[in-house]
Design a protein around this ligand. Structure first.
Ligand code: ADP
Ligand code: MG
Length: 347
């Protein structure tokens, strides 16, 4: 980082913290640059210049556009302080890769800005292991970042490439298009509610829902396969209804959504829960990191093949219409009267 606010070196803990165990360990064990070198500096392979200089250099292939996205994870808001650090490392990158997937972009590189309360080596080892396992699986290399002392906060900026003009946008949905969603919905919210104690899940169901919440799967391969097929796409981070709403607003269209088809996509077995709770989790749960996308009915076979080719389940859950607004119906086509919210940090 640039010099500290009071000019203190980040190698020595600030005066007020000298007595604390964490600060003493911090001074004894390692400073900012040792920490970066040990846990986050890796040779850049695809980028001309990675970690270690003032800037990284990226070289997208000729004819490609850079797709850039940034997501921040804040302790207590986006993750529980008890989460396994390897899972947190995975999730911090996964939520960013999910944005690239939603644009049909191929991951290239990322930067990592970290605020850490102190140097906790077991935590750093786990976090970097989870982070780089996912990075390596997607050929996405770290090229820079920033490290500072502060409340635990993780901010990743990801860079991808997409042929000029081929990015999947929120604005391309047309009346008559089908609405599709990838994978499963609602499990992450079920896990969160189980943590909060508002629902009870059998132990096995809780563990698999918790894995979905803590280690989402970014649908990168599906996003790439949908280029030229999907008319619009968005990833589901704040809940299906809210994120589909972004497509409707950007495209100037409305839709009818089949609540039962969406609710059937909950993966965990939770037979004791009411339809109302299950619908809430599936339709407005959030943290799913699936893709919701639209495509013309003539593209149904192509969408099915894109799903099969990327080993990703794809399910049709509704239809885009010219009339503005979102109409939520059950499997029989009857309106669902239940009200659904969408996640918003400020309301
Ligand atoms: P500057 O002062 O020029 O911003 P820094 O001293 O903060 O640079 O960082 C030194 C180098 O280490 C830079 O190349 C930066 O991108 C990289 N870096 C810093 N923190 C991290 C991190 N958490 N992960 C990866 N690279 C990092
Ligand atoms: Mg510099």
């Amino acid at each position: 980082m640039k010099g500290g606010r009071h000019g203190e070196s980040t190698r020595t803990p600030p005066a007020g913290l000298q007595a604390s165990a964490t600060a003493t360990a911090y001074a004894r064990r390692m400073g900012e640059f040792d920490l970066i070198t040990r846990y986050f500096k890796r040779p850049a392979v695809r980028s001309p210049l990675g970690v270690g200089d003032d800037c990284a250099l990226l070289a997208p292939a000729p004819g490609m556009q850079l797709a850039v996205s940034c997501d921040m994870l804040v302790e207590g808001r986006h993750f529980l302080s008890t989460v396994d650090p390897a899972r947190l490392g995975h999730k911090a990158l996964a939520v960013n890769l999910s944005d690239l997937a939603a644009c049909g972009a191929k991951p290239l590189a990322f930067t990592l800005a970290l605020a850490l309360p102190g140097v906790d080596e077991p935590w750093l080892e786990g976090f970097s292991r989870g982070l780089f396992a996912l990075a390596d699986a997607h050929g996405c290399e770290v090229v820079g970042g920033d490290t500072t002392r502060g409340p635990l906060n993780i901010c990743i900026t990801v860079f991808g490439e997409v042929p000029a003009g081929a990015a999947l946008l929120r604005s391309g949905a047309r009346a008559g298009d089908d609405i599709w969603v990838s994978g499963t919905l609602g499990d992450a919210r079920l896990a969160l509610e189980a943590f909060r104690g508002t629902v009870a899940l059998p132990a096995e169901a809780f563990e698999s829902a918790r894995a979905r919440m803590e280690q989402p799967t970014p649908r990168v391969a599906l996003g790439l396969a949908l280029r030229g097929i999907a008319s619009s796409a968005v990833d589901v981070s704040d809940g299906l209804i809210g994120d589909l709403g972004h497509i409707l607003a950007s495209s100037g269209v409305g839709a009818t959504l089949d609540a039962d088809a969406a609710t059937a996509l909950i993966a965990v077995e939770a037979p004791s829960l009411s339809t109302e709770i299950l619908r809430t989790c599936a339709l407005s749960g959030g943290d799913d990191y699936e893709l919701v996308f639209t495509a013309a009915p003539s593209a149904r076979d192509a969408v099915t093949q894109a799903g099969a080719g990327s080993a990703t389940r794809v399910t049709r859950i509704g239809r885009i219409e010219a009339a503005a607004g979102l109409r939520i119906v059950d499997a029989a086509g009857a309106p669902v009267s239940q009200r659904f919210g969408s996640f918003d940090h400020f309301v």
